[in-house]
Write a protein that binds this ligand. Structure first.
Ligand SMILES: [Zn+2]
Length: 400
């Protein structure tokens, strides 16, 4: 479309201008001695903006090679510019080992209501002693910053009136993209995540209104993903090549093995599930030689059930939904999963599983209109799982 092309070119000119201005201010800050900016070609070198927020230096580009080894570094990454002319700053913790080794990146908060994902990464970082480490672990904690502020899944976008954007459908983003969410993703991916990662893990939970079991989403045909996933003491894995625009998929597309742990319900800190995923992540860091110590419990001990497909049960009616099975329960083909009643209490629908598998997620909001996904059952089918298309309810048939 010619109009769209023109729009996009205009925007690129505008963004290029503003990036040049940002470069100039970084240079001035460096000259003033407020920053330790180091030169480097595109995609390398740390750029300090010269600002300090609540005691944390601000970077607009990070190369962990520039950081002092043997200690932890607490920084803000300057994300996308806001309508008020400031920026969304993202919290970054780098544990830089005394000795060289693998560089891991742990991400959380891509959805703003997934609190256990943030706490899991915090707890892993707390357990690390850089003086004893070989390699680097970078934690990026509150990626969808404005969504975290209001504890909601999606990014509140102000493009054409208030809108909501799922940041985990935007990766790898575009620094010149049409939405703030796309530009934020592009800035993080190009200047923080990709340049500092040999391996990565993107932590999530269920979403508001969707309770989930502890499970892992990842592509087991990737050897490192299989190795890492099998080190988690959790009950389920969805072996899947992933959904377009998802962060862990963007990592994989540039050759960085990555997968997504799912840590229970949204909005809460689920301490039991957090402990499982902290143990699993420390197992991974031990397996790759970043830290020492014996491997803890793994998937083998947890009896992890691996499925290559997620069967969605979709509501056909409106009304209140009662479930007949619990999370992590084995279900068989034909088994009743849920019963739905209208406002008179009359049964309007009974939902049965068409597959044999394990309950991975269910809708926790008691009422539902037609078209909502009520439950996901992870199961195995003989042929490999295709990439899923969007579901008509707009949420996608992808339980993360
Ligand atoms: Zn999520």
């Amino acid at each position: 479309m010619p109009a769209e092309n023109r729009d996009s070119l205009d925007r690129r000119d505008f963004m290029t201008g503003s990036l040049a201005a940002a470069g100039a201010s970084a240079f001035i800050a460096s000259e003033a001695g407020a920053a330790q900016s180091q030169s480097g070609g595109p995609g390398s070198g740390t750029e300090y903006t010269g600002e300090v927020i609540q005691g944390k230096k601000v970077v607009s580009r990070l190369d962990v090679a520039d950081l002092e080894p043997g200690r932890k570094h607490f920084l803000y990454f300057q994300g996308v510019e806001t309508a008020g002319g400031q920026h969304w700053y993202v919290s970054v913790v780098v544990a830089k080992g005394l000795r060289p080794g693998k560089r891991f990146t742990l991400t959380s908060g891509v959805h703003g209501d997934e609190m256990s994902s943030i706490r899991t990464v915090q707890a892993v970082m707390d357990a690390l002693d850089p003086a004893q480490m070989s390699g680097t672990v970078t934690a990026v904690l509150d990626i969808a910053r404005p969504a975290v502020e209001s504890m909601q899944r999606r990014w509140p976008n102000s493009g054409r009136g208030q809108g909501l954007i799922d940041l985990n459908r935007e990766w790898p983003g575009d620094e010149n993209g049409a939405s703030a969410a796309s530009r934020h993703a592009g800035l993080l991916f190009n200047r923080l995540l990709r340049p500092n990662s040999d391996l990565a893990i993107d932590f999530h939970t269920g979403t508001t209104g969707l309770e989930i079991a502890a499970f892992i989403i990842g592509d087991r045909t990737l050897p490192d993903v299989k190795t890492m996933a099998d080190l988690y003491p959790v009950g389920q894995m969805w072996d899947d090549p992933a959904y377009p625009g998802v962060l862990h998929n963007a990592f994989v597309d540039v050759g960085i093995p990555c997968f997504t742990p799912e840590i229970g319900g949204a909005r809460i800190l689920d301490s039991e599930m957090i402990a499982l995923f902290v143990e699993g992540t420390l197992n991974v860091l031990k397996r790759y030689g970043v830290i020492g110590g014996p491997i803890g419990r793994t998937a083998a001990e947890a009896g992890m059930r691996i499925g290559n497909a997620a069967f969605p049960i979709v509501a056909t009616h409106g009304g209140l939904v009662e479930y007949r099975v619990k999370l992590d329960e084995e279900v068989s083909t034909g088994q009743t999963i849920a019963v739905q009643r209208n406002m008179f209490g009359e049964v309007v629908a009974e939902y049965a599983s068409a597959v044999t598998g394990k309950m991975a997620a269910y809708r926790s909001d008691a009422s539902s209109e037609p078209g909502n996904v009520l439950a996901f059952i992870i199961f195995s089918r003989p042929e490999p799982s295709p990439r899923l298309g969007p579901h008509p309810d707009g949420e996608g048939s992808y339980p993360e």
